[in-house]
Design a protein. Structure first.
Lengths: 299, 318
Protein backbone atom coordinates (compact mmCIF):
# COMPACT_ATOMS: atom_id res chain seq x y z
CA UNK A 1 0.00 0.00 0.00
CA UNK A 2 2.86 2.36 0.83
CA UNK A 3 4.36 1.64 -2.59
CA UNK A 4 1.01 2.44 -4.23
CA UNK A 5 0.76 5.73 -2.37
CA UNK A 6 4.34 6.68 -3.26
CA UNK A 7 3.61 5.84 -6.87
CA UNK A 8 0.54 8.07 -6.79
CA UNK A 9 2.60 10.88 -5.25
CA UNK A 10 5.29 10.51 -7.89
CA UNK A 11 2.77 10.55 -10.73
CA UNK A 12 1.26 13.85 -9.72
CA UNK A 13 2.62 16.88 -11.46
CA UNK A 14 1.90 18.93 -8.34
CA UNK A 15 4.56 17.06 -6.37
CA UNK A 16 7.32 18.02 -8.76
CA UNK A 17 6.11 21.54 -9.34
CA UNK A 18 6.05 22.26 -5.61
CA UNK A 19 9.50 20.76 -5.04
CA UNK A 20 10.74 22.75 -8.04
CA UNK A 21 9.32 25.98 -6.66
CA UNK A 22 10.79 25.34 -3.23
CA UNK A 23 14.21 24.91 -4.83
CA UNK A 24 13.73 27.88 -7.14
CA UNK A 25 13.34 30.44 -4.38
CA UNK A 26 16.88 30.03 -2.97
CA UNK A 27 18.22 30.02 -6.51
CA UNK A 28 16.56 33.35 -7.27
CA UNK A 29 17.81 34.82 -4.02
CA UNK A 30 21.34 33.58 -4.72
CA UNK A 31 21.31 35.11 -8.17
CA UNK A 32 20.24 38.47 -6.79
CA UNK A 33 22.90 38.38 -4.11
CA UNK A 34 25.61 37.24 -6.50
CA UNK A 35 24.74 39.96 -9.00
CA UNK A 36 24.43 42.82 -6.55
CA UNK A 37 26.79 41.58 -3.83
CA UNK A 38 24.24 42.94 -1.42
CA UNK A 39 23.71 40.42 1.33
CA UNK A 40 21.65 41.55 4.29
CA UNK A 41 23.83 42.75 7.14
CA UNK A 42 24.43 40.27 9.95
CA UNK A 43 21.49 39.99 12.31
CA UNK A 44 18.98 41.03 9.68
CA UNK A 45 17.05 39.09 7.09
CA UNK A 46 16.97 35.35 6.92
CA UNK A 47 19.46 33.38 9.00
CA UNK A 48 22.90 32.83 7.42
CA UNK A 49 22.09 35.02 4.45
CA UNK A 50 24.54 37.63 5.62
CA UNK A 51 27.31 35.07 5.58
CA UNK A 52 26.79 33.42 2.21
CA UNK A 53 28.76 35.96 0.24
CA UNK A 54 31.64 35.02 2.47
CA UNK A 55 31.09 31.33 2.06
CA UNK A 56 28.93 29.68 -0.59
CA UNK A 57 29.04 26.40 1.26
CA UNK A 58 26.84 27.90 3.92
CA UNK A 59 24.16 28.50 1.36
CA UNK A 60 22.23 25.27 2.08
CA UNK A 61 21.67 26.54 5.60
CA UNK A 62 20.58 29.92 4.29
CA UNK A 63 18.31 28.25 1.74
CA UNK A 64 16.62 26.12 4.39
CA UNK A 65 16.08 29.27 6.43
CA UNK A 66 14.47 30.89 3.36
CA UNK A 67 11.97 28.10 2.63
CA UNK A 68 11.22 27.16 6.22
CA UNK A 69 8.73 29.85 7.22
CA UNK A 70 6.30 29.64 4.27
CA UNK A 71 7.21 27.55 1.24
CA UNK A 72 7.93 24.29 2.97
CA UNK A 73 4.97 24.30 5.37
CA UNK A 74 2.62 25.27 2.54
CA UNK A 75 3.81 22.41 0.37
CA UNK A 76 3.64 19.91 3.23
CA UNK A 77 0.20 21.15 4.28
CA UNK A 78 -1.10 20.82 0.73
CA UNK A 79 0.14 17.25 0.34
CA UNK A 80 -1.00 16.18 3.82
CA UNK A 81 -4.30 18.03 3.61
CA UNK A 82 -5.05 16.39 0.29
CA UNK A 83 -4.18 12.91 1.49
CA UNK A 84 -7.56 11.68 2.73
CA UNK A 85 -9.84 14.58 1.80
CA UNK A 86 -8.65 14.51 -1.81
CA UNK A 87 -9.48 10.82 -2.14
CA UNK A 88 -12.83 11.45 -0.47
CA UNK A 89 -13.72 14.27 -2.85
CA UNK A 90 -12.59 12.28 -5.88
CA UNK A 91 -14.65 9.30 -4.72
CA UNK A 92 -11.63 7.00 -4.79
CA UNK A 93 -11.56 6.68 -1.00
CA UNK A 94 -14.58 4.37 -0.92
CA UNK A 95 -13.09 2.17 -3.63
CA UNK A 96 -9.78 1.93 -1.81
CA UNK A 97 -11.50 0.96 1.43
CA UNK A 98 -13.71 -1.56 -0.36
CA UNK A 99 -10.70 -3.15 -2.00
CA UNK A 100 -10.09 -3.64 0.98
CA UNK A 101 -7.40 -1.37 2.28
CA UNK A 102 -7.64 -1.19 6.06
CA UNK A 103 -8.29 2.29 7.33
CA UNK A 104 -5.28 2.25 9.62
CA UNK A 105 -3.12 0.92 6.83
CA UNK A 106 -4.29 3.68 4.49
CA UNK A 107 -3.59 6.34 7.08
CA UNK A 108 -0.10 4.97 7.71
CA UNK A 109 0.60 4.83 3.98
CA UNK A 110 -0.52 8.43 3.64
CA UNK A 111 1.67 9.47 6.54
CA UNK A 112 4.70 7.73 5.08
CA UNK A 113 4.00 9.46 1.78
CA UNK A 114 3.87 12.87 3.44
CA UNK A 115 7.09 12.18 5.31
CA UNK A 116 8.75 11.04 2.09
CA UNK A 117 7.62 14.19 0.37
CA UNK A 118 8.99 16.34 3.18
CA UNK A 119 12.34 14.56 3.19
CA UNK A 120 12.49 14.79 -0.58
CA UNK A 121 11.79 18.52 -0.50
CA UNK A 122 14.37 19.18 2.22
CA UNK A 123 17.02 17.14 0.42
CA UNK A 124 16.22 18.82 -2.88
CA UNK A 125 16.58 22.26 -1.32
CA UNK A 126 19.86 21.32 0.34
CA UNK A 127 21.42 19.76 -2.73
CA UNK A 128 20.34 22.42 -5.19
CA UNK A 129 21.32 25.21 -2.84
CA UNK A 130 24.71 23.65 -2.21
CA UNK A 131 25.28 23.63 -5.94
CA UNK A 132 23.89 27.13 -6.18
CA UNK A 133 26.05 28.36 -3.34
CA UNK A 134 29.25 26.90 -4.62
CA UNK A 135 28.68 27.70 -8.29
CA UNK A 136 27.08 31.11 -8.03
CA UNK A 137 28.35 32.50 -4.76
CA UNK A 138 31.62 30.68 -4.83
CA UNK A 139 33.32 28.65 -2.09
CA UNK A 140 34.68 30.24 1.02
CA UNK A 141 36.69 32.94 -0.62
CA UNK A 142 35.96 35.13 2.33
CA UNK A 143 37.80 33.16 4.88
CA UNK A 144 39.77 36.35 4.86
CA UNK A 145 36.93 38.16 6.52
CA UNK A 146 37.14 37.94 10.24
CA UNK A 147 38.71 34.52 10.60
CA UNK A 148 42.29 33.44 10.89
CA UNK A 149 44.00 34.72 7.78
CA UNK A 150 46.65 33.72 5.37
CA UNK A 151 46.77 29.98 5.37
CA UNK A 152 43.07 29.64 4.80
CA UNK A 153 42.84 31.97 1.87
CA UNK A 154 45.73 30.20 0.37
CA UNK A 155 44.19 26.85 0.90
CA UNK A 156 41.07 27.88 -0.87
CA UNK A 157 42.44 29.75 -3.77
CA UNK A 158 43.28 26.73 -5.88
CA UNK A 159 39.81 25.29 -5.37
CA UNK A 160 37.99 28.49 -6.22
CA UNK A 161 37.55 27.68 -9.85
CA UNK A 162 37.12 23.99 -9.26
CA UNK A 163 33.39 23.83 -8.70
CA UNK A 164 31.61 21.91 -5.96
CA UNK A 165 34.48 19.58 -5.22
CA UNK A 166 36.42 22.51 -3.89
CA UNK A 167 34.29 22.49 -0.79
CA UNK A 168 35.32 18.97 0.06
CA UNK A 169 38.99 19.75 0.27
CA UNK A 170 40.29 18.99 3.68
CA UNK A 171 41.37 21.97 5.62
CA UNK A 172 38.72 24.26 4.23
CA UNK A 173 37.26 25.88 7.29
CA UNK A 174 33.84 27.36 7.72
CA UNK A 175 33.11 29.67 10.53
CA UNK A 176 30.46 28.61 12.98
CA UNK A 177 28.04 31.15 14.38
CA UNK A 178 30.13 31.08 17.50
CA UNK A 179 33.13 32.27 15.57
CA UNK A 180 35.14 29.10 15.76
CA UNK A 181 35.89 27.20 12.57
CA UNK A 182 34.04 24.07 11.50
CA UNK A 183 35.66 21.33 9.51
CA UNK A 184 33.93 20.09 6.38
CA UNK A 185 32.94 16.91 8.17
CA UNK A 186 31.43 18.94 10.97
CA UNK A 187 29.61 21.09 8.47
CA UNK A 188 28.15 18.04 6.76
CA UNK A 189 27.05 16.62 10.10
CA UNK A 190 25.42 19.85 11.07
CA UNK A 191 23.64 20.33 7.78
CA UNK A 192 22.29 16.79 8.14
CA UNK A 193 21.21 17.60 11.67
CA UNK A 194 19.47 20.74 10.50
CA UNK A 195 17.75 18.80 7.69
CA UNK A 196 16.52 16.22 10.16
CA UNK A 197 15.28 18.89 12.54
CA UNK A 198 13.47 20.80 9.81
CA UNK A 199 11.89 17.61 8.51
CA UNK A 200 10.63 16.78 11.97
CA UNK A 201 9.40 20.36 12.38
CA UNK A 202 7.27 19.85 9.28
CA UNK A 203 5.77 16.66 10.69
CA UNK A 204 3.79 18.67 13.22
CA UNK A 205 2.15 20.56 10.36
CA UNK A 206 1.69 17.33 8.47
CA UNK A 207 -0.03 15.66 11.41
CA UNK A 208 -2.41 18.60 11.87
CA UNK A 209 -3.20 18.66 8.15
CA UNK A 210 -3.69 14.89 8.06
CA UNK A 211 -6.06 15.09 11.01
CA UNK A 212 -8.07 17.87 9.35
CA UNK A 213 -8.01 15.83 6.16
CA UNK A 214 -9.91 13.05 7.91
CA UNK A 215 -12.47 15.51 9.25
CA UNK A 216 -13.33 17.52 6.18
CA UNK A 217 -13.83 16.43 2.59
CA UNK A 218 -12.14 19.58 1.38
CA UNK A 219 -8.42 19.18 0.70
CA UNK A 220 -8.13 22.95 0.53
CA UNK A 221 -9.86 23.36 3.86
CA UNK A 222 -7.53 20.89 5.54
CA UNK A 223 -4.40 22.52 4.09
CA UNK A 224 -5.51 26.04 4.93
CA UNK A 225 -6.70 24.98 8.37
CA UNK A 226 -3.29 23.63 9.30
CA UNK A 227 -1.60 26.73 7.89
CA UNK A 228 -3.96 28.90 9.92
CA UNK A 229 -2.83 27.00 13.00
CA UNK A 230 0.79 27.75 12.08
CA UNK A 231 0.16 31.41 11.45
CA UNK A 232 -1.67 31.65 14.74
CA UNK A 233 1.25 29.96 16.44
CA UNK A 234 3.73 32.34 14.80
CA UNK A 235 1.74 35.32 16.02
CA UNK A 236 1.60 34.02 19.58
CA UNK A 237 5.30 33.20 19.57
CA UNK A 238 6.10 36.88 19.05
CA UNK A 239 3.51 38.11 21.54
CA UNK A 240 4.95 38.84 24.94
CA UNK A 241 1.55 38.51 26.57
CA UNK A 242 1.39 34.89 25.44
CA UNK A 243 4.61 33.84 27.13
CA UNK A 244 2.78 31.27 29.22
CA UNK A 245 1.77 29.15 26.24
CA UNK A 246 4.77 29.74 24.03
CA UNK A 247 6.73 26.63 24.98
CA UNK A 248 3.82 24.53 23.69
CA UNK A 249 3.35 26.21 20.33
CA UNK A 250 4.28 24.17 17.26
CA UNK A 251 6.46 26.86 15.73
CA UNK A 252 8.17 27.94 18.97
CA UNK A 253 11.38 26.01 18.29
CA UNK A 254 11.31 26.02 14.52
CA UNK A 255 14.44 28.12 14.32
CA UNK A 256 16.35 26.02 16.82
CA UNK A 257 18.09 24.19 13.95
CA UNK A 258 20.33 27.25 13.69
CA UNK A 259 21.88 26.03 16.93
CA UNK A 260 23.40 23.16 14.97
CA UNK A 261 25.77 25.75 13.55
CA UNK A 262 27.06 26.83 16.91
CA UNK A 263 30.23 25.44 18.35
CA UNK A 264 29.56 23.37 20.33
CA UNK A 265 26.03 22.54 19.24
CA UNK A 266 23.53 24.19 21.52
CA UNK A 267 21.22 21.27 22.20
CA UNK A 268 18.63 22.68 24.59
CA UNK A 269 16.21 24.19 22.09
CA UNK A 270 16.88 21.50 19.54
CA UNK A 271 15.82 18.85 22.02
CA UNK A 272 12.75 20.84 22.98
CA UNK A 273 11.91 21.31 19.32
CA UNK A 274 12.08 17.57 18.67
CA UNK A 275 10.01 16.99 21.81
CA UNK A 276 7.22 19.41 21.02
CA UNK A 277 6.94 18.13 17.45
CA UNK A 278 6.74 14.57 18.74
CA UNK A 279 3.86 15.58 20.99
CA UNK A 280 1.99 17.26 18.15
CA UNK A 281 2.59 14.33 15.83
CA UNK A 282 1.40 11.76 18.38
CA UNK A 283 -1.66 13.74 19.47
CA UNK A 284 -2.88 14.64 16.00
CA UNK A 285 -2.15 11.27 14.46
CA UNK A 286 -4.03 9.60 17.29
CA UNK A 287 -6.92 11.98 16.71
CA UNK A 288 -6.77 11.36 12.96
CA UNK A 289 -6.79 7.62 13.49
CA UNK A 290 -9.60 7.71 16.04
CA UNK A 291 -11.70 9.82 13.72
CA UNK A 292 -10.95 8.01 10.50
CA UNK A 293 -11.29 4.49 11.86
CA UNK A 294 -14.82 5.14 13.11
CA UNK A 295 -16.04 7.47 10.42
CA UNK A 296 -18.94 6.75 8.08
CA UNK A 297 -17.59 7.11 4.55
CA UNK A 298 -20.42 8.82 2.74
CA UNK A 299 -18.53 10.37 -0.14
CA UNK B 1 -24.41 -14.53 0.49
CA UNK B 2 -25.79 -11.41 2.14
CA UNK B 3 -27.92 -11.49 5.23
CA UNK B 4 -28.88 -8.54 7.34
CA UNK B 5 -30.97 -8.65 10.47
CA UNK B 6 -33.00 -5.64 11.57
CA UNK B 7 -30.37 -3.35 10.13
CA UNK B 8 -30.87 0.27 11.10
CA UNK B 9 -28.82 3.38 10.35
CA UNK B 10 -29.56 6.74 11.81
CA UNK B 11 -27.81 9.93 10.68
CA UNK B 12 -28.65 12.34 13.48
CA UNK B 13 -32.43 12.54 13.49
CA UNK B 14 -32.87 10.89 10.12
CA UNK B 15 -33.38 7.15 9.94
CA UNK B 16 -31.91 6.31 6.56
CA UNK B 17 -32.35 2.55 6.91
CA UNK B 18 -34.88 0.96 9.25
CA UNK B 19 -35.00 -2.61 10.41
CA UNK B 20 -33.95 -4.07 7.08
CA UNK B 21 -33.58 -7.84 6.88
CA UNK B 22 -32.09 -8.64 3.50
CA UNK B 23 -31.66 -12.17 2.25
CA UNK B 24 -29.53 -12.55 -0.88
CA UNK B 25 -28.84 -16.15 -1.81
CA UNK B 26 -26.03 -17.68 -3.78
CA UNK B 27 -26.70 -17.46 -7.51
CA UNK B 28 -29.26 -14.69 -7.18
CA UNK B 29 -29.50 -11.74 -9.45
CA UNK B 30 -30.94 -9.57 -6.74
CA UNK B 31 -32.39 -6.17 -7.53
CA UNK B 32 -32.84 -3.69 -4.71
CA UNK B 33 -35.44 -1.22 -5.89
CA UNK B 34 -36.30 2.06 -4.35
CA UNK B 35 -36.81 5.69 -5.26
CA UNK B 36 -33.96 8.14 -4.80
CA UNK B 37 -33.44 8.79 -1.12
CA UNK B 38 -34.96 5.51 0.02
CA UNK B 39 -31.72 4.34 1.64
CA UNK B 40 -30.28 2.10 -1.10
CA UNK B 41 -26.85 3.68 -1.10
CA UNK B 42 -26.59 3.76 2.68
CA UNK B 43 -27.52 0.09 2.75
CA UNK B 44 -24.92 -0.78 0.11
CA UNK B 45 -22.26 1.17 2.01
CA UNK B 46 -23.10 -0.69 5.19
CA UNK B 47 -22.67 -4.01 3.40
CA UNK B 48 -19.17 -2.92 2.38
CA UNK B 49 -18.17 -1.67 5.82
CA UNK B 50 -17.98 1.96 4.73
CA UNK B 51 -20.85 3.09 6.91
CA UNK B 52 -21.38 1.64 10.36
CA UNK B 53 -24.82 0.44 11.35
CA UNK B 54 -26.62 1.99 14.29
CA UNK B 55 -28.12 -1.38 15.16
CA UNK B 56 -28.73 -4.76 13.62
CA UNK B 57 -26.25 -7.16 12.11
CA UNK B 58 -24.78 -7.91 8.70
CA UNK B 59 -23.21 -11.03 7.30
CA UNK B 60 -21.62 -11.01 3.86
CA UNK B 61 -20.12 -14.19 2.39
CA UNK B 62 -20.46 -15.66 5.85
CA UNK B 63 -18.34 -12.96 7.51
CA UNK B 64 -19.73 -10.55 10.07
CA UNK B 65 -19.57 -6.95 8.85
CA UNK B 66 -17.95 -4.62 9.75
CA UNK B 67 -15.85 -6.73 12.11
CA UNK B 68 -14.42 -9.12 9.53
CA UNK B 69 -15.36 -7.19 6.42
CA UNK B 70 -11.76 -7.39 5.21
CA UNK B 71 -12.16 -11.16 4.85
CA UNK B 72 -15.22 -10.80 2.65
CA UNK B 73 -14.18 -7.81 0.57
CA UNK B 74 -11.45 -9.52 -1.49
CA UNK B 75 -14.16 -11.66 -3.05
CA UNK B 76 -16.51 -8.79 -3.68
CA UNK B 77 -16.52 -6.43 -6.64
CA UNK B 78 -18.26 -3.18 -5.90
CA UNK B 79 -19.55 -0.16 -7.73
CA UNK B 80 -20.64 2.43 -5.20
CA UNK B 81 -22.70 5.28 -6.64
CA UNK B 82 -20.59 6.89 -9.34
CA UNK B 83 -17.38 5.25 -10.45
CA UNK B 84 -14.25 7.08 -9.37
CA UNK B 85 -10.75 7.12 -10.81
CA UNK B 86 -7.66 9.27 -10.78
CA UNK B 87 -8.36 11.58 -13.71
CA UNK B 88 -4.76 12.17 -14.74
CA UNK B 89 -4.05 8.47 -15.14
CA UNK B 90 -5.25 6.12 -17.86
CA UNK B 91 -7.99 3.60 -17.28
CA UNK B 92 -5.47 0.79 -17.29
CA UNK B 93 -3.17 2.59 -14.83
CA UNK B 94 -6.13 3.17 -12.57
CA UNK B 95 -7.05 -0.51 -12.55
CA UNK B 96 -3.47 -1.52 -11.85
CA UNK B 97 -3.17 0.94 -8.98
CA UNK B 98 -6.46 -0.11 -7.47
CA UNK B 99 -5.56 -3.76 -7.77
CA UNK B 100 -2.18 -3.11 -6.15
CA UNK B 101 -3.88 -1.35 -3.25
CA UNK B 102 -4.53 -3.57 -0.30
CA UNK B 103 -3.05 -6.97 0.32
CA UNK B 104 -5.06 -9.11 -2.06
CA UNK B 105 -4.22 -8.22 -5.65
CA UNK B 106 -1.87 -10.94 -6.85
CA UNK B 107 0.81 -9.23 -8.85
CA UNK B 108 1.66 -12.16 -11.08
CA UNK B 109 -1.81 -12.28 -12.63
CA UNK B 110 -2.49 -8.55 -12.55
CA UNK B 111 -1.82 -7.78 -16.18
CA UNK B 112 -3.97 -10.66 -17.36
CA UNK B 113 -6.82 -9.81 -15.02
CA UNK B 114 -6.74 -6.12 -15.96
CA UNK B 115 -6.79 -7.01 -19.65
CA UNK B 116 -9.64 -9.42 -19.10
CA UNK B 117 -11.72 -6.91 -17.13
CA UNK B 118 -11.20 -4.19 -19.75
CA UNK B 119 -12.19 -6.69 -22.42
CA UNK B 120 -15.33 -7.70 -20.54
CA UNK B 121 -16.64 -4.16 -20.27
CA UNK B 122 -15.69 -3.24 -23.83
CA UNK B 123 -12.90 -0.81 -22.98
CA UNK B 124 -10.04 -2.80 -24.49
CA UNK B 125 -8.16 -0.62 -26.93
CA UNK B 126 -9.35 2.73 -25.63
CA UNK B 127 -8.00 2.37 -22.13
CA UNK B 128 -4.77 4.32 -22.56
CA UNK B 129 -6.34 7.74 -22.63
CA UNK B 130 -6.41 9.59 -19.30
CA UNK B 131 -9.69 9.06 -17.50
CA UNK B 132 -10.20 12.82 -17.64
CA UNK B 133 -11.06 12.37 -21.32
CA UNK B 134 -13.57 9.55 -20.72
CA UNK B 135 -17.28 9.98 -21.28
CA UNK B 136 -19.70 9.23 -18.48
CA UNK B 137 -20.50 5.86 -20.02
CA UNK B 138 -16.82 4.96 -20.32
CA UNK B 139 -16.25 5.87 -16.70
CA UNK B 140 -19.13 3.64 -15.73
CA UNK B 141 -17.61 0.78 -17.73
CA UNK B 142 -14.25 1.41 -16.10
CA UNK B 143 -15.92 1.32 -12.69
CA UNK B 144 -17.41 -2.04 -13.55
CA UNK B 145 -14.03 -3.26 -14.80
CA UNK B 146 -12.56 -2.25 -11.43
CA UNK B 147 -15.23 -4.35 -9.74
CA UNK B 148 -14.38 -7.32 -11.95
CA UNK B 149 -10.62 -7.16 -11.85
CA UNK B 150 -10.30 -9.58 -8.94
CA UNK B 151 -12.81 -12.06 -10.36
CA UNK B 152 -15.21 -11.72 -7.46
CA UNK B 153 -17.81 -14.22 -6.26
CA UNK B 154 -20.20 -11.46 -5.38
CA UNK B 155 -20.90 -8.22 -7.21
CA UNK B 156 -22.43 -5.35 -5.27
CA UNK B 157 -23.43 -2.68 -7.75
CA UNK B 158 -25.10 0.58 -6.85
CA UNK B 159 -27.00 2.00 -9.85
CA UNK B 160 -24.76 0.24 -12.40
CA UNK B 161 -26.56 1.52 -15.50
CA UNK B 162 -26.21 5.19 -14.61
CA UNK B 163 -24.92 7.20 -17.51
CA UNK B 164 -25.04 4.32 -19.97
CA UNK B 165 -26.76 4.65 -23.32
CA UNK B 166 -29.32 2.00 -24.36
CA UNK B 167 -26.62 -0.05 -26.03
CA UNK B 168 -24.45 0.18 -22.93
CA UNK B 169 -27.36 -0.86 -20.74
CA UNK B 170 -27.92 -3.95 -22.85
CA UNK B 171 -24.20 -4.79 -22.82
CA UNK B 172 -24.19 -4.42 -19.06
CA UNK B 173 -27.23 -6.66 -18.73
CA UNK B 174 -25.73 -9.34 -20.97
CA UNK B 175 -22.46 -9.16 -19.07
CA UNK B 176 -24.12 -9.49 -15.67
CA UNK B 177 -26.30 -12.39 -16.82
CA UNK B 178 -23.22 -14.09 -18.27
CA UNK B 179 -21.27 -13.63 -15.04
CA UNK B 180 -24.23 -14.88 -13.07
CA UNK B 181 -24.40 -17.98 -15.25
CA UNK B 182 -20.76 -18.63 -14.43
CA UNK B 183 -21.55 -18.55 -10.74
CA UNK B 184 -21.25 -14.92 -9.67
CA UNK B 185 -23.98 -13.67 -7.38
CA UNK B 186 -25.16 -10.22 -8.42
CA UNK B 187 -26.67 -7.72 -6.03
CA UNK B 188 -27.62 -4.42 -7.58
CA UNK B 189 -29.61 -1.40 -6.60
CA UNK B 190 -31.60 0.68 -9.01
CA UNK B 191 -34.51 3.02 -9.29
CA UNK B 192 -35.19 1.83 -12.83
CA UNK B 193 -38.00 -0.72 -12.79
CA UNK B 194 -37.59 -1.96 -16.38
CA UNK B 195 -33.89 -2.60 -15.79
CA UNK B 196 -34.50 -4.68 -12.73
CA UNK B 197 -37.38 -6.59 -14.22
CA UNK B 198 -35.27 -7.44 -17.28
CA UNK B 199 -32.26 -8.53 -15.27
CA UNK B 200 -33.13 -9.75 -11.82
CA UNK B 201 -34.48 -13.01 -10.51
CA UNK B 202 -35.22 -11.72 -7.07
CA UNK B 203 -36.14 -8.28 -5.84
CA UNK B 204 -36.36 -6.28 -2.69
CA UNK B 205 -38.11 -2.94 -2.46
CA UNK B 206 -36.94 -0.18 -0.16
CA UNK B 207 -39.30 2.60 0.75
CA UNK B 208 -38.23 5.34 3.16
CA UNK B 209 -35.55 3.05 4.54
CA UNK B 210 -37.84 0.04 5.05
CA UNK B 211 -37.69 -3.17 3.09
CA UNK B 212 -41.34 -3.44 2.17
CA UNK B 213 -41.06 -6.38 -0.16
CA UNK B 214 -38.64 -9.19 -0.91
CA UNK B 215 -39.41 -12.14 -3.13
CA UNK B 216 -38.66 -14.02 -6.34
CA UNK B 217 -39.67 -11.95 -9.32
CA UNK B 218 -41.44 -14.92 -10.87
CA UNK B 219 -43.63 -15.28 -7.80
CA UNK B 220 -44.50 -11.63 -7.79
CA UNK B 221 -45.48 -11.69 -11.42
CA UNK B 222 -47.70 -14.74 -11.29
CA UNK B 223 -51.23 -14.20 -12.57
CA UNK B 224 -53.18 -12.45 -9.90
CA UNK B 225 -56.27 -14.62 -10.13
CA UNK B 226 -58.25 -11.73 -11.53
CA UNK B 227 -59.69 -11.18 -14.94
CA UNK B 228 -60.39 -7.83 -16.52
CA UNK B 229 -63.60 -7.82 -18.51
CA UNK B 230 -64.90 -5.12 -20.76
CA UNK B 231 -68.50 -5.38 -21.81
CA UNK B 232 -71.35 -3.27 -23.19
CA UNK B 233 -73.68 -4.72 -20.59
CA UNK B 234 -71.91 -4.50 -17.25
CA UNK B 235 -75.21 -4.85 -15.39
CA UNK B 236 -75.90 -8.26 -16.85
CA UNK B 237 -72.30 -9.34 -16.32
CA UNK B 238 -72.42 -8.26 -12.70
CA UNK B 239 -75.70 -10.06 -12.20
CA UNK B 240 -74.30 -13.23 -13.76
CA UNK B 241 -71.13 -13.21 -11.69
CA UNK B 242 -72.68 -12.06 -8.47
CA UNK B 243 -70.07 -12.00 -5.74
CA UNK B 244 -67.08 -12.37 -8.01
CA UNK B 245 -66.99 -8.75 -9.14
CA UNK B 246 -64.33 -6.93 -7.19
CA UNK B 247 -64.41 -3.61 -8.89
CA UNK B 248 -66.59 -1.87 -11.39
CA UNK B 249 -65.83 1.19 -13.43
CA UNK B 250 -68.38 1.85 -16.16
CA UNK B 251 -67.98 -0.86 -18.76
CA UNK B 252 -64.86 -2.33 -17.09
CA UNK B 253 -65.06 -5.00 -14.44
CA UNK B 254 -62.42 -6.70 -12.31
CA UNK B 255 -63.51 -10.25 -11.63
CA UNK B 256 -62.00 -12.83 -9.32
CA UNK B 257 -61.37 -15.95 -11.32
CA UNK B 258 -58.44 -18.26 -11.77
CA UNK B 259 -59.74 -19.62 -15.04
CA UNK B 260 -60.32 -17.01 -17.76
CA UNK B 261 -61.60 -19.57 -20.28
CA UNK B 262 -64.32 -20.86 -17.96
CA UNK B 263 -65.27 -17.33 -17.04
CA UNK B 264 -65.57 -16.40 -20.67
CA UNK B 265 -67.79 -19.42 -21.41
CA UNK B 266 -69.99 -18.52 -18.50
CA UNK B 267 -70.40 -14.92 -19.58
CA UNK B 268 -71.07 -15.79 -23.16
CA UNK B 269 -73.49 -18.48 -22.03
CA UNK B 270 -75.40 -15.86 -20.09
CA UNK B 271 -75.56 -13.66 -23.17
CA UNK B 272 -73.12 -11.01 -21.96
CA UNK B 273 -71.54 -9.21 -24.93
CA UNK B 274 -67.85 -9.50 -23.98
CA UNK B 275 -65.67 -6.97 -25.76
CA UNK B 276 -62.42 -7.99 -24.16
CA UNK B 277 -61.31 -10.40 -21.48
CA UNK B 278 -57.76 -10.43 -20.11
CA UNK B 279 -56.17 -12.43 -17.32
CA UNK B 280 -54.54 -9.87 -15.08
CA UNK B 281 -50.81 -10.21 -14.64
CA UNK B 282 -48.98 -7.77 -12.46
CA UNK B 283 -46.10 -5.79 -13.83
CA UNK B 284 -43.17 -5.06 -11.56
CA UNK B 285 -44.40 -1.51 -11.56
CA UNK B 286 -47.74 -2.58 -10.11
CA UNK B 287 -45.97 -4.64 -7.52
CA UNK B 288 -43.66 -1.87 -6.46
CA UNK B 289 -46.22 0.87 -6.48
CA UNK B 290 -48.62 -1.21 -4.46
CA UNK B 291 -46.15 -1.49 -1.62
CA UNK B 292 -44.42 1.89 -1.66
CA UNK B 293 -45.88 4.84 0.12
CA UNK B 294 -45.57 8.55 -0.30
CA UNK B 295 -42.15 8.40 -1.90
CA UNK B 296 -43.38 6.38 -4.84
CA UNK B 297 -43.99 9.42 -7.02
CA UNK B 298 -40.24 9.55 -7.43
CA UNK B 299 -40.45 6.55 -9.70
CA UNK B 300 -42.02 8.97 -12.14
CA UNK B 301 -45.37 7.24 -11.96
CA UNK B 302 -48.22 8.56 -9.86
CA UNK B 303 -49.21 6.24 -7.05
CA UNK B 304 -52.52 4.51 -7.82
CA UNK B 305 -55.47 5.97 -6.00
CA UNK B 306 -56.50 2.56 -4.86
CA UNK B 307 -53.84 0.02 -4.06
CA UNK B 308 -54.37 -3.54 -5.20
CA UNK B 309 -55.28 -6.01 -2.51
CA UNK B 310 -52.33 -7.70 -0.92
CA UNK B 311 -50.94 -10.91 -2.27
CA UNK B 312 -49.29 -13.66 -0.36
CA UNK B 313 -45.88 -12.26 -1.19
CA UNK B 314 -46.66 -8.97 0.48
CA UNK B 315 -47.92 -10.77 3.51
CA UNK B 316 -44.58 -12.43 3.79
CA UNK B 317 -42.73 -9.16 3.62
CA UNK B 318 -44.83 -7.26 6.08
Amino acid sequence: MIAVELLKLSRRLRTWVSVGLICALPLVVAIFIAVTHLAPPPGQGSAFLSAVLDDGQLYPAAALALVLPVFLPVAVAVVAGDSIAGEATGGTLRYLLARPVGRTRLLVAKLVTVITFTVLAVIAVTVTSYATGVLILGPSRAAAVGTPPGGLSGAIAPGAGGGPTAGLQPGTAITSLSGTPLSTLQLVERVLGAMAFITVSMLGVAAIALFLSTITNSALGAALGSLAALVGSEILVTLNAATAVQPYLPTRYWLAWIDFFRQPIFWRNIDRGFGIQAVYVVVFLAAAWANFATKDITT
Amino acid sequence: MITTTNLTKRFGQVEAVREVSLDVREGDRYGLLGPNGSGKTTLVRMLLGLVYATSGSISVLGEPVPRHVSRALPEIGALIEEPAAYPHLSGRANLRLLDAAGPHGVRRTRRRRVDEALEQVGLAGIDRRPVRAYSLGMRQRLGLAAALVRRPRLLILDEPTNGLDPRGIRDMRDLLIGLNDSGVTVFLSSHLLPEVSALCTRIGVLDSGRLVLQDQLATLQEPTGRVLVSTDDPELAAATLDGLVEQRDGADLVIRSADPAALNARLVGAGVPVRSLVAQQRTLEDVVLSVTGSGSDQFGVPAPAEALPPTSAQDEAS
